[in-house]
Design a protein around this ligand. Sequence first.
Ligand SMILES: NC(=O)C1=CN([C@@H]2O[C@H](COP(=O)(O)OP(=O)(O)OC[C@H]3O[C@@H](n4cnc5c(N)ncnc54)[C@H](OP(=O)(O)O)[C@@H]3O)[C@@H](O)[C@H]2O)C=CC1
Ligand SMILES: O=C(O)CCC(=O)C(=O)O
Length: 450
Amino acid sequence: MPYVKDVFEYLKRSSPSQTEFYQAAEEVLESLRPLMEKYPKYREHKIIERIVEPERQILFRVNWVDDNGEIQVNKGYRIEFNSALGPYKGGLRFHPSVNAGVIKFLGFEQIFKNALTGLQIGGGKGGSDFNPKGKSNNEIMRFCQAFMSELYRHIGANTDVPAGDIGVGGREIGYMFGMYKKLANRYEGVLTGKSLKWGGSLVRTEATGYGAVYFAKYMLEDRGETLEGKRCVVSGSGNVSIYTIEKLYHLGAIPVTCSDSNGMIYDEDGIDLELLKDLKEVRRERLTEYVKSRPNAKYTPVEEYPEGCNGVYSIPCYAAFPSATQNELNLNDAKNLLANGCVCVSEGANMPSTLEAVHAFIDAKICYGPGKAANAGGVATSQLEMQQNASMSSWTFEEVDAKLAQIMKDIFVNASTTAAEFGEPTNLVLGANIAGFRKVADAMIEQGLV
Ligand SMILES: NC(=O)C1=CN([C@@H]2O[C@H](COP(=O)(O)OP(=O)(O)OC[C@H]3O[C@@H](n4cnc5c(N)ncnc54)[C@H](OP(=O)(O)O)[C@@H]3O)[C@@H](O)[C@H]2O)C=CC1
Ligand SMILES: O=C(O)CCC(=O)C(=O)O
């Protein structure tokens, strides 16, 4: 369909060098071909041209002072991409790799992911190229305060509600909330992922990882399979990875790997979850420390991974949970997984698989849950936090967890029935992209040209 190609070419011209954004856009636009052919209204309303342009992009300077008294300068970003379904919603990422294209791809994915949750949330994302690694607690606090000293004027409980992502967890949300409260003089649910002591929701910490495992469970159940007793690989060792590992244990599976940007752990007996939590959530240490307490486990540094591969995906497994970062799983990794009998990939991270790897999974017809469907449990539970804040109530762990599980089931059913409607029942990339897009596009049409 030349039309989709034209839009893609336009993006490359108008937003140069935004590689990750082109990748995310290409995947979505390709999936939309059958929908655009069947329903001319989307073309008449120029929905594709409108949806690829953020409603608003905010780029700002963040000045702060490090522990040596030196002034540091970082870039801050917030993309308010699409508000057809509700207030902009999406996390903040603090990582040196952050740039305009990375934030734009994340914001673009967030539009469709948030639509799939069935809840009233639009798509947004933000962050900074600030590197939290090696920073003292005071430096983290000063940076978060400086970041919020600009961001506060653009956000609000009913306009734009940020949360965490890579490098932003409960501690950073706390410092940013404190600064927002001071500057705006309002105590409101302007951020999610807050502490349970002052407005957070039970299960938000666990939600993305738990959700990715629930999604795998529903994909497998549909084929008469379960995770019980199955060996699984997980990448990363942050928030999403830790709670993926926890939920895998709840379901009787055996998670045998985790990783960070320096290397990976292979623990044949199953990852020691309490040790991992202590290392990462309390001591904030590197994975090299893991093997000191667990001598039977093996640590492999990135330099020793098989050439052109991510070591995690060379370990034979039944199911894989990419939970670190974008493009961590390439075609070689997909081939390794498939050759070793992997039948399920559920993405906790955003766009962890390259386009070639995605196509390999679709062609193999395995259970493949793309990030925007499989990791939607995090943002969905954030919206449950917003609901609790708005009604000044708090729900029990069991209530929120049950809602999360139901939302993940609904996303699976929606993506798979939509995929079947368009003739490819096992292609959840097609199903998730069309189902998410259709909801946002119909709302945009009904709300007029704004
Ligand atoms: N938190 C949430 O609720 C949600 C998160 N996600 C996605 O899940 C993924 C993980 O996020 P989260 O767990 O919150 O983040 P964390 O910061 O808690 O953990 C990130 C993990 O990924 C690793 N990692 C990050 N960048 C790289 C890299 N370039 N190469 C190798 N490893 C890397 C980190 O290792 P190291 O310490 O060495 O940097 C760390 O182990 C991201 O893609 C995020 O967008 C999606 C939905 C919701
Ligand atoms: O909880 C949120 O609002 C956002 C989570 C997020 O950043 C994501 O879904 O990628």
